[in-house]
Design a protein around this ligand. Structure first.
Ligand SMILES: *Cc1c(COP(=O)(O)O)cnc(C)c1O
Length: 372
């Protein structure tokens, strides 16, 4: 059995450090928004390369609090992708705004910047690119469009901590960047967590208030906020893991190169492409294959933890049915949804395991060809 991700192997390496830090928090008596959260915010601002970060309860909260902080709500449109996790567009609906789906680039899986301008209306307020699978979106083009049309940009960086576009980390191009520390992410806590990156002090202050019931001063509430505070245990764990993130992302990139090599002789497997001058952090290693659903079953039976991210494009989800999209509206997104499969990918994955994954996948493709 080769899982898509094995968190236990990571814990085996850092467990002693984590347990020590957690015990210190337990003894400290300070459990929420304390010194570890403060330190984590500073360390992550430095790591990502922005002025401020605000630690939150989840990536989903980061996204909808970002929209709230920019006063995006009812009657406003946000251009984004349908090839992502539902939290991206859920956040737009949470604030009462309308997601407008842009098709994707077939090679990078990210929003196709050349199709954004056609979707801009007088109601458009923001563009929300997602750096899917750890691959940066085409930020030069997106920022150029945003500047010319006076739109906000909110980057969904939940899968892409450490990823770089032309040497600059994602989450520092737009007005706000949103990160998740869900346990399966490249920098994952041992519970939920999230983060906003921002350069404007005013926006930062608003986000800090929204995080804690809409008031900067305790028991003074200026607007309706939420409870999206990060706890000290998660912050202490994340601070330890932050010391390893570059090493772990590097290992993921090396595994991706190894997979590419192992698949180089198989024309049925389309390996992931990177944009020029980007540093992809391979949250997922996702290939395109024929007869995907059959092969997915065969891989599962063979003990390979392959996954489908994501099996239904968001414009076809029930939750967004009221938007009135139909099949055929986003042809590249729909086509990708049918043929993508993500293979085991985590820093501790071994070469032997990668070889097994690769040979099993190639075998399954041959078998499925014989079936049809
Ligand atoms: C994980 C994820 C989110 C949501 O993060 P949570 O911390 O689980 O709320 C949002 N967008 C994308 C692209 C994600 O992968």
């Amino acid at each position: 059995m080769i899982p898509i991700l094995d968190s236990k192997r990571q814990y085996a390496k850092i467990g002693a450090e984590v347990e020590k830090a957690v015990c210190e928090v337990l003894r400290s008596g300070s459990y929420i928004l304390g010194p570890n959260v403060k330190a984590l915010e500073t360390e992550l601002a430095e790591y990502i390369g922005c002025k401020y970060t605000v630690a939150l309860n989840s990536g989903t909260d980061a996204l909808h609090i970002a929209l709230r902080a920019l006063d995006i709500g009812k009657g406003d449109e946000v251009i984004t992708t349908a090839f992502t996790f539902v939290a991206t567009t859920e956040s737009i609906e949470i604030v009462g705004a309308t997601p407008v789906f842009c098709d994707i680039d077939p090679d990078t899986f990210n929003i196709d910047a050349s199709k954004i301008e056609d979707l801009i209306t007088p109601h458009t307020k923001a563009i929300m690119p997602v750096h899917l699978y750890g691959q940066p979106a085409d930020m030069d083009k997106i920022m150029d469009i945003a500047k010319r049309h006076n739109l906000y940009v909110i980057e969904d960086c939940c899968q892409a901590i450490g990823a770089k576009y032309k040497g600059q980390k994602v989450g520092t191009f737009g007005d706000i960047g949103c990160y998740s520390f869900y346990p399966t992410k490249n920098l994952g806590g041992m519970g939920d967590g999230g983060l906003i990156t921002v350069n404007s002090e005013n926006l930062k202050n608003r986000i800090v208030a929204l995080r804690n019931h809409g008031g900067a001063i305790r028991y003074h509430h200026d607007e309706i906020g939420v409870n999206s505070r990060l706890d000290e245990i998660q912050a202490a764990i994340l601070r330890i893991k932050l010391n390893y993130i570059d090493e772990w992302n590097k290992a993921r990139r090396e595994h991706a190169a190894t997979y590419n090599e192992l698949f180089s002789g198989c024309s049925d497997i389309q390996t992931p492409k990177e944009l020029a001058d980007t540093y992809c952090v391979y949250h997922q290693y996702t290939v395109k294959i024929p007869n995907r659903d059959n092969i997915h079953k065969m891989l599962q039976e063979a003990g390979i933890g392959a996954m489908l991210y994501y099996p239904i494009p968001l414009h076809m989800q029930k939750v967004h049915a009221h938007l009135g999209y139909k099949m055929g509206d986003l042809p590249i997104t729909e086509k990708n949804t049918e043929c993508v499969i993500s293979l085991p990918m985590f820093p501790e994955l071994t070469l032997e395991e990668q070889k097994t994954v690769a040979s099993t996948l190639i075998e399954c493709i041959e078998k499925s060809k014989a079936l049809v």
